[in-house]
Design a protein around this ligand. Sequence first.
Ligand SMILES: Cc1cc2nc3c(=O)[nH]c(=O)nc-3n(C[C@H](O)[C@H](O)[C@H](O)COP(=O)(O)OP(=O)(O)OC[C@H]3O[C@@H](n4cnc5c(N)ncnc54)[C@H](O)[C@@H]3O)c2cc1C
Length: 207
Amino acid sequence: MLEAGGVNEAKEVRTPVGLPKLFKSALDWNLYSTPQHAANKRSIYLARGKLLGGSSATNATLYHRGSIEDGVHGTGGLMRVENPRYNNPLHEVFFQAAKQAGIPENDNFNDWRRSQVGYGEFQVTQSRVAVSRGVTFQLNCQDGNKHSAELAPGGEVVLCAGSIHSPQILQLSGIGPQGQLREKGIPVVVDLPGVGKNMQVCSLPSK
Ligand SMILES: Cc1cc2nc3c(=O)[nH]c(=O)nc-3n(C[C@H](O)[C@H](O)[C@H](O)COP(=O)(O)OP(=O)(O)OC[C@H]3O[C@@H](n4cnc5c(N)ncnc54)[C@H](O)[C@@H]3O)c2cc1C
């Protein structure tokens, strides 16, 4: 595995509450969108983890079952899923305010058999247990060298650089909308108009 960032041993990575300290840090790609019309033409900060484990090592640890076929909750495995251990008195006040406003309570957002509308606690995975092994390499290597890896005969590449860098790498490799690639002087290998399109993201407040 080739990873642009470093190891995931920082205290802020091991402790989920350290999340805000990871924004715009050395463990983040420090990306901004182009100016967004719908956001008053502001460029929006896009948090993305740059370390082993990627954004999974820098995320908020909120946990949601993707499909009812997976069941509502599991009982084993490496991912420990539970209600948040830390509770602030303001949480309860917030819940009471939601109740008074007539918003329905939902005490289990993993149960897709009922409506997802409402207020309540989200389940979380309170330790980031993911173990990653890989070769890390710096894009701007201190030694000025370009690092490369050789593919074993019959081997294949699985590109999983995330929702921003995967299409970027594809486009730089000549796979993408041909007009856009030609504009940038990139030889077209495959004309795939969808590469780099339809990105949707929940934005974070930033300066
Ligand atoms: C701030 C934040 C909070 C989130 N909170 C939650 C949450 O609470 N619950 C939840 O379920 N999901 C959450 N997510 C989403 C979740 O973390 C992502 O959906 C998930 O990490 C995406 O996995 P991925 O493998 O596609 O990409 P990533 O996890 O982003 O991994 C991509 C990896 O590729 C590396 N890479 C990129 N370009 C290159 C290159 N050129 N060369 C080498 N390596 C490269 C990156 O450094 C990174 O390690 C959150 C995300 C963010 C950013």
